[in-house]
Ligand binder design. Structure first.
Ligand SMILES: CC(C)C[C@H](CC(=O)NO)C(=O)N[C@H]1Cc2cn(c3ccccc23)CCCCCCNC1=O
Ligand SMILES: [Ca+2]
Ligand SMILES: [Zn+2]
Length: 170
């Protein structure tokens, strides 16, 4: 099956992200922890570093909204499309991740929509990864449900390293 796909890439390895608003489905500190842990999964597999910023501009702007939400891709209500994100680019929306607020986001639960899985998938796009046809890959285009202690698939890791190299550590 076709492995990872590549879109555009950032021309820098130090990226910033900002949480614009949070789903009310989970406590705010949980949302923040999940988002940070999700983005750090990509950092662990590559040489990328991420800094959370509380205000102003950032490379990756993260927001939750239902239906029409200011871009050309309105969400579709509960179910269906869960979220989308934009490949790196110099324009404002590049790298941004939008989550459909009509989903019921959960953590460590087999019910609802696992926020961590969706977030890791969307941040893959924010970093320039397309979809993979490998079922176990987080970049697979279909949400297959909560996976306890899930880790990036080797295909996801190969994809991010094709763009940014390995995590050479300190
Ligand atoms: C991978 C995920 C985190 C992000 C992707 C979108 C995406 O690639 N964002 O970057 C997603 O939402 N995929 C849909 C694809 C999809 C499945 N169905 C659909 C019915 C209508 C519209 C889309 C779908 C059948 C019914 C199940 C609906 C609930 C689950 N939805 C999905 O799996
Ligand atoms: Ca939806
Ligand atoms: Zn996707």
């Amino acid at each position: 099956k076709k492995r990872y796909a590549l879109g555009s890439r950032w021309s820098k390895t130090e990226l910033t992200y900002r949480i614009i608003n949070r789903t009310p489905d989970l406590p705010a500190n949980e949302v923040d922890r999940i988002i940070t842990e999700s983005i750090e999964k990509w950092a662990d597999a590559s040489g990328l570093t991420f800094t959370l910023v509380k205000s102003g501009n950032a490379d990756i702007l993260i927001s939750f909204a239902p239906g029409s939400h200011g871009d050309d891709n309105p969400f579709d209500g509960p179910g269906g499309v869960l979220a989308h994100a934009y490949y790196p680019s110099s324009n404002a929306i590049g790298g941004d991740a939008h989550f459909d607020e009509d989903e019921r986001y959960t953590d460590a639960s087999f019910s609802g929509t696992n926020l961590e899985w969706v977030a890791v998938h969307e941040f893959g796009h924010s970093l320039g990864l397309g979809h993979s046809q490998i079922e176990g890959a987080v970049m697979y285009p279909y949400y297959t449900g909560y996976v306890p202690n899930f880790q990036l698939n080797s295909d996801d890791i190969a994809g991010i390293q094709a763009h940014y190299g390995e995590n050479v550590g300190e």
